[in-house]
Each structure stands twice: as structure tokens, then as C-alpha cells.
Design a protein around this ligand. Structure first.
Ligand code: AMP
Ligand code: MG
Length: 500
């Protein structure tokens, strides 16, 4: 184990009070096998080009850690669909260490699907190959889109079956993240749970850990903890704006699935929209639409309000004053979110930044899209092509099946857009549009096709899709599949499953 000992360092999480984690038992996989290893990410992390050794394979399949080390299951609580759950934690995941990238940034190395921990409750601690490949594809797609996200270093098959509706291949994902501290970790720290004096102590220790690791620029703030909360709120506001701009629906925005670092985390039933619908939900378990596309900003604020409750003791001894700090900071979400969304939309539409007419124009975009339900990604792609000199036929084709009157709405929008973009520098406009409107997204039907083939042992489509998603803003390289095209009616995926 000599080599792997040097690859991953012991985790800084161990510096936190013992309440925050539990040592995890090791369940070596019977027959570990590489399914995918992310060489590009490995290189970014400073791993050697031949890092994917049999030794590393064993380690990433949940094998025995290097001598003197212990895998840690992290403790957290959370609100799941609004319901409080005081004890969740890593039921089937462990932190095996951390890695320092050449630029000095520290990253957690975390395994998902490596066996049950003390937090597993009735779960088997396992994960299926399609579910882990799904997280791999979508997290790497987010990275390609330059949206803050946890990354996927590898998926290995364990050689043991996992039983869900049917027997499936078991697999372990290696997740790389700036941090695995969640809103739910703070809720876990703060809950009194018969130990009232301990809550503030644990909360402060956790906040200090997050500040040192993810918000080092704050350590000179005079108002350290309010400043920390404000920075977390701002990162989340910007993150959610990026999701909205990309048409991304997380699907399970429970407080345990919101990272303090501002990374997108936990890719379950998440999906990118094809046809625009502000009320779109894909997750099979979200019947009420709590986590629908357009609700994501308000849900993020709801989650941040839960974080504020946990942080209150750090905002000063005066309760009214602390509440005021919490409320004022939460009020900061909307302006940051709106500014990020507006700036992103200006780039997507090729508008001149700072033009006073932009806001009103963008306000009209959403109802027009809701009415016409064009493919969201292609809508901006066709507009980009028009900016490059194409005719309008491709744009209007997106409204061929729209409800009566929607095509006229799109025509009026296009006329307004032409008026707004008449002046200014056309080359700069086109460059902004090309750099912010992806050609290829992780469309549900392609993801599902790739996972079905992978479950049968054929990784060709999975590999081609991942390659295309690495450079989503470039014209797709010719191949057997057209990754730009929306699903044909018979290919449409209307529901996604955690499929854990
Ligand atoms: P998630 O839906 O992935 O956010 O998981 C919610 C909670 O359920 C977390 O505490 C997980 O660790 C736990 N969990 C999910 N699947 C399993 C499983 N197969 N075995 C044990 N715990 C699980
Ligand atoms: Mg989770």
C-alpha cells in the first residue's frame, strides 16, 4: 500500500470533534474491476499518469486503507422533503482521505457504495453500477459547463450483486469534493438533543473548519461568522443561478444535499430539461413538485434559513441582534441570485451588458418559453446561430408543436431581440453567446441509453457521451450519435429515479 499512502493524505476531518464521524468497517470487494477512471481529473489533481494501479483499484473498491488509516463515515442530519431527520449520515459512503492539487487546493476523496456504516439504518450500504455511472456523467457534465460541482474520479465494479427491484452490478464511485460539509452537518451540530451546552461548541468547531478550508479569505473578517454565513449564501445564490441558466434540475434539494462549499452535490434523479417548462419535475419521488425547476431559488433560501438557525449562537449573545443578522443575510440571497441570473442571461442572449432595456426583455423571456415549450438548450443554440448569420427557420422549428399563439410570441421576442442587438460589436456578442450556450448537454435519453448499455458491459456510448460533455460549448465531433438532438417522442424520459 506504499504508493497509495502517498497519493491520499489523512483527512483533515479528523481534526473535528469525534461527534462528527464514525470509523467505518471495511468490506473488501470480491472482484474489483475498473469501469472508468478519469485520467483528465487525475492529472488536474496532480496524480501520476499511471495512477490507476491494481493497488488503487482495491482501495477505491472499498478495500483496506493504508496502515494506520481509518475510513470515516460522516455524521449529518437534514430535512428530507421538509421532514426533519436528526440522524442521517454517510450510510453507504466513507471519506478515505484527501488530496492536495498542484495549486494547493485540498480535496476530499470519498467513496460511495463501499458498504454499510453505523449510519446505514436499514440500507445495505451499496450502490448500483447505473446509479454511480449516472453521478459520474452528470457531475462531469456540470464541470464541463463550468458549474461548481463535486467531481467523479472513478467508478469500479465490486463483483458483488446489489439487489434492488432486480439484481444489479454493485459499484463504488470515487467522489472528489472541496468539502463534504453540508447544511445538514450544521443542523446535526446544532441540535440540542439533550446536550444543549455542546451545540454551540460543535457548531463553532465546524464553522472554523469550513472557514479555514473553503473560505480562507474570511479569516480576517471582524464579523467572522456573519461574514461566513453571508459568503455561503452568496455562493449558493450564484450556484442556483447557474443551474437555472443551464436548465438543470437537482431533484433532491434536501438540506443534507446542499454543500457549504457551494458545489453541486448528490446526483440522484437530477436532470437537464429538454423542452422548457418552469414547473418541470423529473424525480419519481417528488410528486408534489417541491423541487421543481422554478422552485429551486426559494428552496435554496429555505435551506439557508435552516443553516441560519443552526448558526444563530455564533451571531452574538443578543438573541434579537443575532436574528437580525440572520434575516439581513438571508435577504442578501435574492439580489445576488438576480444579478447572477441577469448577467448570465445577458451573455446567453448576446445582449449589451448594462443596457437599461435588458431587464424588461429578460422578464418576457420566461413566459414566452413556458408557453412555447421549445427545447431549452436548442433555443439558445439557434439564437446563437442567427447571431452568426443563419436564417430563422431552425429557431421557428422549435415552436412547431407549440400551443396556438406561441409561435407569434416567439416571433415578437425575436423581433425585440433583433432590435436590442442591432448596435454594438457583433463579434463580441457572438463570442459571449458561443461561450455560454452549450451545444451538448447530458440529455436524459442519452444518459439512460448509455447506462442501459453499460449495464450490459458495453461502455462505448458512455465513453462517447462523456467525451462530448467535456467540451459542451464546441460543435460535437461527428460520431454514431447526434448528441445535440433532443429526444424523439419515443425516446423521451419523463421520470428519473434515485435508483440508488
Ligand atoms: P441521499 O438520498 O443519497 O441523499 O441519501 C439519504 C440518506 O440515506 C443518507 O443518509 C444516505 O447515506 C442514506 N442511504 C441511501 N442509500 C443507502 C443505502 N443503500 N444504504 C445505506 N444508506 C443509504
Ligand atoms: Mg445525500
Amino acid at each position: 500500500m506504499g504508493a497509495t499512502r502517498h497519493i491520499f493524505r489523512d483527512s483533515g476531518y479528523r481534526g473535528l470533534p469525534a461527534e462528527f464521524y464514525a470509523a467505518a468497517e471495511v468490506f473488501p470487494a470480491p472482484a474489483p474491476r475498473w469501469i472508468v477512471f478519469n485520467h483528465a481529473l487525475a492529472a488536474d489533481l496532480g496524480l501520476p499518469p499511471d495512477a490507476d494501479t491494481p493497488e488503487l483499484l482495491n482501495l477505491l473498491a472499498g478495500g483496506e486503507p493504508p496502515e494506520g488509516r481509518q475510513n470515516l463515515a460522516l455524521a449529518y442530519a437534514g430535512h428530507q422533503f421538509g421532514q426533519w431527520n436528526p440522524r442521517m449520515g454517510d450510510g453507504r459512503a466513507v471519506l478515505i482521505g484527501e488530496i492536495q492539487a498542484p495549486d494547493g487546493t485540498l480535496y476530499d476523496v470519498h467513496l460511495k457504495g463501499s458498504g454499510p456504516t453505523v449510519f446505514a439504518r436499514r440500507g445495505d450500504g451499496r450502490a448500483t453500477l447505473p446509479a454511480m455511472l449516472r453521478e459520474y456523467i452528470v457531475s462531469e457534465a456540470m464541470a464541463g459547463l463550468k458549474i461548481p460541482t463535486t467531481r467523479s474520479l472513478a467508478v469500479v465494479a465490486t463483483g458483488a450483486p446489489v439487489f434492488r427491484d432486480i439484481a444489479q452490478h454493485g459499484a463504488v464511485l470515487t467522489r472528489i469534493a472541496r468539502s463534504h460539509v453540508r447544511v445538514g452537518t450544521f443542523q446535526y451540530a446544532a441540535q440540542s438533543d439533550g446536550r444543549q451546552d455542546l451545540g454551540p461548541v460543535l457548531t463553532r468547531a465546524l464553522a472554523d473548519h469550513c472557514i479555514a478550508r473553503d473560505y480562507p479569505e474570511l479569516s480576517v473578517e471582524p464579523e467572522l461568522y456573519p461574514g461566513f454565513f453571508a459568503a455561503v449564501v452568496a455562493r449558493q445564490a450564484k450556484l442556483i443561478a447557474q443551474w437555472m441558466l443551464a436548465g438543470f434540475i437537482h431533484g433532491v434539494m434536501n438540506t443534507d444535499n446542499m454543500a457549504i462549499s457551494g458545489e453541486t452535490i448528490d446526483f440522484g434523479p437530477c436532470a437537464f430539461m429538454d423542452s422548457f417548462n418552469s414547473r418541470q419535475v423529473f424525480s419519481s419521488i417528488d410528486a408534489a413538485g417541491r423541487y421543481a425547476y422554478s422552485r429551486q431559488p426559494s428552496i435554496a433560501m429555505w435551506n439557508l434559513a435552516r443553516l441560519a438557525e443552526a448558526l444563530l449562537p455564533l451571531f452574538g449573545a443578543d438573541e434579537a441582534g443575532a436574528l437580525r443578522v440572520a434575516q439581513d443575510t438571508l435577504d442578501g440571497f435574492r439580489p445576488v441570485y438576480s444579478a447572477a441570473l441577469a448577467a448570465g442571461m445577458e451573455r446567453k442572449l448576446g445582449l449589451t451588458p448594462g443596457d437599461a432595456r435588458n431587464a424588461e426583455f429578460i422578464d418576457k423571456l420566461w413566459p414566452m418559453l413556458d408557453r412555447g415549450r421549445p427545447d431549452y438548450t436548442l433555443f439558445f443554440r439557434r439564437l446563437t446561430q442567427i447571431a452568426a448569420g443563419a436564417d430563422e427557420a431552425g429557431f421557428f422549428a422549435l415552436f412547431a408543436d407549440s400551443e396556438p399563439g406561441a409561435r407569434e410570441g416567439a416571433a415578437a421576442f425575436l423581433a425585440d431581440w433583433r432590435a436590442l442587438t442591432h448596435d454594438g460589436d457583433p463579434a463580441r456578442r457572438l463570442a459571449a453567446m458561443q461561450a455560454s450556450n452549450p451545444v451538448v448537454i447530458a440529455r436524459n435519453h442519452r444518459v439512460e441509453q448509455a447506462l442501459a448499455k453499460a449495464a450490459d458491459g458495453d461502455l462505448g456510448l458512455f465513453d462517447r457521451l462523456c467525451a462530448a460533455l467535456k467540451n459542451p460549448f464546441a460543435d460535437a465531433a461527428p460520431g454514431p450519435e447526434d448528441f445535440e438532438a433532443p429526444p424523439r417522442p419515443e425516446e423521451r424520459v419523463t421520470e428519473t429515479f434515485c435508483g440508488t
